[in-house]
Design a protein around this ligand. Structure first.
Ligand SMILES: Cc1cc2nc3c(=O)[nH]c(=O)nc-3n(C[C@H](O)[C@H](O)[C@H](O)COP(=O)(O)OP(=O)(O)OC[C@H]3O[C@@H](n4cnc5c(N)ncnc54)[C@H](O)[C@@H]3O)c2cc1C
Length: 369
């Protein structure tokens, strides 16, 4: 019999929170991770004194005081406020869509003028119920914002025209009739000073936890299933079942990172490129997350792509077909009484960090009381 109570597959935030809480409750936990480092997609690495977000920009935000206090045990957070900008053919617009955006687009000054402009542009739909993403976007923000800031960006992100995408993808769009560039509505937000990796390091730093990286669960699935009394699995649920009901769809990303011999490349941490000609969706300039003053800077261009086996599955594609298939896998999972599925890939759900922490804490509660 194993000396461990749990095997946790994956050292991302879900696995790390579960392992940490189980260890605190006196359980022995082994964590295996197929990448060469811990922390999953929140991994950050210091290069030239700058914390580089290796798997895309991560900004922590929540309105839940308990989750905010929980994460603050593991790092001190700065006052970073997410205020991305959009670059459309060289013109810069503030996001989320707000009075600064409307002023730049139309010269309007008051909220009433902006609302009137949007109403006027929505009229092209003649009151029709939106049947696709294009119509949905126009019904929410009018034709100009759709054309310049949504249409091509969405196409790059999903690999499909807006007319081919379902309306539900953008049920709501962040639209604000104030001069406020803060992207999130949450009470708390920030970036951990010194990066995210330390958070997971501290979570896993416990006498009851052993961690092994460069270990893929599927290289020895049968043996793990036989040896461990319980397994928390945070990888792809369809892969766990050897895709026996079919493959779930994911979107993947490709990152191109460069160190530049200049202090400040784009003046903002996140710039979205919303035209069709630019092949990437955004450029991240990492130092601005921590108000860095280093002599050099590091930028990452982010490209969106269709997922194929072997790629990192960054985003679940929660359309009707995939949600139905996930439900069928969930039914299979319910019959595996040894295995608990969790996290973004185990639940096939786009969780933000605060949501994944909440889900992991709930899982611990269900498991350990
Ligand atoms: C580009 C991008 C930007 C994001 N930005 C934000 C943001 O700004 N704010 C926010 O709150 N959230 C953001 N998120 C979401 C955030 O990354 C997730 O909420 C969080 O990382 C999920 O943690 P997890 O443990 O579920 O998954 P993961 O971090 O994916 O961890 C799963 C781990 O399991 C490992 N694993 C998988 N299969 C196996 C196997 N067979 N054997 C061993 N190990 C395995 C993987 O290598 C991985 O390390 C973003 C996500 C992406 C992709």
């Amino acid at each position: 019999m194993s000396q461990y109570d749990y095997l946790v597959v994956g050292s991302g935030l879900f696995g790390a929170v579960f392992a940490h809480e189980a260890a605190k409750a006196g359980k022995k936990v082994k964590v295996i991770e197929k990448r060469e480092h811990i922390a999953g997609n929140i991994y950050t690495k210091e290069v030239e004194g700058i914390q580089v977000h290796q798997y895309g920009a991560h900004i922590f935000h929540t309105s839940d005081k308990e989750i905010w206090d929980y994460i603050n045990q593991f790092a001190e957070f700065n006052r970073y406020t997410n205020s991305p900008v959009a670059n459309y053919k060289g013109d810069i617009y503030n996001l989320p869509f707000n009075m600064n955006t409307f002023n730049k687009l139309w010269g309007v000054v008051t909220p009433a003028e902006a609302q009137a402009k949007i109403e006027e542009q929505k009229a092209v739909l003649n009151g029709k119920t939106p049947e696709n993403l294009e119509e949905q976007a126009i019904s929410l923000v009018g034709t100009d914002i759709y054309q310049k800031l949504i249409k091509d960006y969405t196409m790059k992100q999903w690999g499909k025209e807006c007319t081919e995408l379902p309306a539900f993808i953008i049920r709501r769009l962040p639209v604000r009739f104030t001069y406020d560039n803060n992207y999130f509505n949450d009470t708390y937000q920030g970036i951990p000073i010194g990066g995210y990796t330390q958070i997971v390091e501290k979570m896993l730093d416990h006498d009851n936890i052993d961690v092994e990286v460069n270990v893929d669960f599927f290289a020895n699935k049968e043996a793990y299933m036989a040896e461990f009394p319980k397994i928390v699995f945070t990888g792809m649920i369809d892969q766990f079942f050897n895709y026996e009901l079919g493959e779930l769809e994911y979107r993947s990303l490709r990152f191109e990172t460069e160190t530049l011999d200049m202090e400040n490349y784009q003046g903002n941490a996140v710039v979205n490129y919303t035209d069709a000609e630019t092949p990437y969706t955004r450029i991240i300039e990492h130092k601005h997350f921590e108000f860095g003053q280093q002599e050099k800077t590091i930028i990452t261009k982010e490209y969106s792509k269709t997922w194929a086996k072997g790629d990192e599955p960054y985003y679940p594609v929660n359309n009707d077909r995939n949600n139905k298939l996930y439900k069928a896998y969930k039914n299979l999972a319910a019959q595996e009484d040894k295995v608990i599925f969790g996290g973004r890939l185990g639940h096939y759900r786009y969780y933000d960090m605060h949501q994944v922490i909440a889900a992991a804490l709930q899982c611990v509660k269900n498991e350990l009381g």
